[in-house]
Design a binder for this molecule. Structure first.
Ligand SMILES: Cc1ncc(COP(=O)(O)O)c(C=O)c1O
Length: 362
């Protein structure tokens, strides 16, 4: 509380990010779903060749080269005018919230979000005065699409795969939700979509539905969490709306270095493909190993596991792993307090995790 903050600032309940180790402290970091592998070597080449004199000038407002790379990657479905680029997908999501969602006064219509999902959604809703309805997941933590069909709302936001549950909906089900809500924006947050076994993206539906906005990030599958670049793909009408909001706030969100690195990473499809497959393989191996030693593990389509230890409480295991220098994520929230969210690291990191868990168990 501060007498200098306005009422809104005093009332905010900000997002709490996973803990970051102090500089110089060595830990195995499996708590914020970063990629354990470096980005494409083409990013290294861009950095080495970058001419600092370029920094004298402002960057291109629309991140043109990134738009071009995204449009090229999904060339069968979209063009550059369907792409919006921002400073991390968190910023892109925040702009969507401002551009598309609002509280409809004197009605009980709300923006529908799953009750267990990315914890930034309620935070944006508070910041931008959007009323949300938290729609309960099924007992097995999956989303019932019927909850989003035929129900009055003023927008829908779903992470697919969902976080922290790691479970994905199939594209057919996403399409049913989008189709059933033609007058409302349906936002699909695909931060983790690259890790679904059979890669699917709702971008393939964008030219069919003008109410669909798909948000993606370079922080996970591209190994560029430190760069802060994300993007959205949607109809030109939706993208133009996002640009209106951006240009009312910060016209140059993505710097010159970030634009070049992001474009280089997106263009390197072979590296992306190899990277995501490596993580999927490790994830599936560790899922089995955890199940064998007494965990319930949900079937993950992401680069993390949502796992419940049956021989110790999740909180105690989290603390014991932390003492051993391994950080995983524990959410002290009623519905998920029995679970840990464990990022998939390298094979070696995951072997160390398994050894540490076995030591705790013995
Ligand atoms: C579901 C989901 N969406 C979006 C983000 C934000 O990603 P970034 O801002 O790094 O692009 C995250 C980050 O963990 C996430 O879990």
């Amino acid at each position: 509380m501060s007498k200098f903050w306005n009422k809104k600032t005093n009332e905010l309940l900000p997002y709490v990010a996973g803990e970051q180790p102090k500089d110089g402290v060595k830990v195995i970091k499996l708590n914020t779903n970063e990629n354990p592998f470096p980005p494409s070597p083409k990013c290294g080449a861009v950095l080495r060749e970058f001419d600092e004199a370029e920094l004298r000038l402002y960057p291109n407002t629309d991140s043109q080269i990134v738009r071009k790379s995204v449009a090229n990657k999904f060339r069968d479905y979209i063009t550059e005018e369907n792409v919006f680029v921002g400073n991390g997908s968190d910023e892109v999501l925040a702009i969507c919230w401002q551009a598309f969602f609002e509280e409809e006064k004197n009605t009980d219509k709300k923006v529908l979000v799953p009750n267990i999902s990315y914890s930034f959604y309620p935070v944006y809703s508070q910041l931008y005065d959007v009323a949300i309805e938290k729609v309960p997941l099924k007992d097995d933590f999956s989303i019932d699409i019927n909850d989003y069909i035929g129900k009055d709302n003023c927008g829908i936001a779903i992470a697919n795969p969902n976080a922290p549950t790691s479970i994905a909906l199939d594209l057919d089900d996403i399409e049913k939700i989008v189709e059933a809500n033609p007058d409302r924006v349906v936002l699909i947050d695909e931060a983790y979509a690259a890790f679904k076994n059979d890669y699917e993206t709702a971008i393939t539906l964008v030219n069919k539905y003008d109410n669909l906005i798909v948000v993606k990030t370079l922080s996970k599958a591209y190994g560029l969490a430190g760069l802060r670049v994300g993007y959205a793909v949607g109809s030109k009408e939706l993208i133009d709306g996002m640009m209106r909001v951006r240009d009312s706030f910060n016209s140059y969100p993505v710097d010159r270095i970030a634009q070049k690195l992001a474009a280089a990473a997106i263009d390197d499809d072979d590296y992306y493909e190899a990277n995501r497959c490596k993580i999927i393989r490790t994830r599936d191996r560790i899922t089995n190993e955890l199940r064998e030693i007494g965990f319930d593990v949900l079937d993950s389509s992401a680069n993390f596991l949502f796992a419940k230890p049956n021989f110790i409480s999740a909180e105690e295991l989290y603390t014991k792993l932390k003492e051993k220098g391994i950080l995983v994520r524990f959410f002290n929230k009623p519905l998920i307090k029995d679970y840990l969210r464990i990022t998939v690291g390298t094979d070696d990191e995951m072997d160390q995790l398994m050894a540490a868990i076995k030591e705790v168990k013995s």
